[in-house]
Design a protein around this ligand. Structure first.
Ligand SMILES: [Fe+2]
Ligand SMILES: [Fe+2]
Length: 221
């Protein structure tokens, strides 16, 4: 078995030798030209495939966020309707109004880039919002309803914070100061919204949601 590859190699070397021996100088020249043409076209394709750069990533991320903001804007009314705590309701309403402004802000950013504002389906935000929907179904009628709404909304805010944080850095790197400032303003709103949700959760909402747990604990004591 060990000799098989060797003999095959010898065979193919012999046949190659025969082929090149039989080929006329003209044919050999043609073959060389073909190889050169083929490798030149591969080389031309290679840079094309790797031409994507930070500005493309910025544009891709902006499309993702444009899609995300629109979806968040449409998802918030259900959360607002279900929210019980008046301050939570107000915070979500305010953030929905901010979200509308963020959508417009992103449109301005696209304009500054000379591109048409266009969203790109983002499975990450789809997943986060779907989870929020199912949490509302599971907890919507329980004492933990508001805590569950905050739980979902903070996942959205953190997603937005991480994405806008990266996009801001990309714009900064590319020297796109006006765009960086727009992203910065959005990022500040997302951080403030997250902070407000934290405040509400830790202030009273988590405590209210644990009421039943506390009763159970007392019953066990
Ligand atoms: Fe947002
Ligand atoms: Fe947000």
């Amino acid at each position: 078995m060990a000799t098989q590859p060797k003999s095959n190699a010898r065979k193919s070397a012999r046949s190659e030798g025969r082929a090149s021996a039989k080929a006329s100088p003209e044919q050999r020249g043609k073959r060389a030209q073909n190889v050169a043409r083929k490798s030149a076209s591969t080389a031309a394709q290679r840079p094309k495939a790797t031409q994507k750069s930070l500005s493309d990533l910025l544009e891709h991320g902006l499309k993702d966020m444009y899609y995300a903001e629109k979806k968040i804007y449409r998802a918030l009314p259900k959360m607002i309707r279900k929210a019980d705590h008046p301050e939570l309701k107000r915070a979500l309403e305010e953030h929905r109004a901010e979200t509308e402004g963020q959508i417009q802000s992103l449109e301005t950013v696209f304009e500054l880039l000379g591109k048409r504002a266009r969203g790109e389906k983002c499975e990450a935000i789809d997943g986060i919002l779907e989870e929020g929907e199912s949490l509302l179904e599971d907890f919507g009628d329980s004492v933990a309803s508001d805590a569950a709404i905050i739980f979902s909304c903070q996942a959205v805010e953190h997603y937005e914070i991480t994405r806008y944080g990266s996009l801001r850095a990309f714009a900064e790197e590319l020297g796109l100061e006006e765009i960086r400032d727009h992203i910065d303003a959005i990022l500040a709103q997302e951080k403030a919204a997250d902070g407000k949700l934290n405040e509400l959760a830790e202030g009273s909402i988590n405590d209210a949601a644990s009421e039943y747990d506390t009763e159970e604990e007392s019953a066990l004591a």
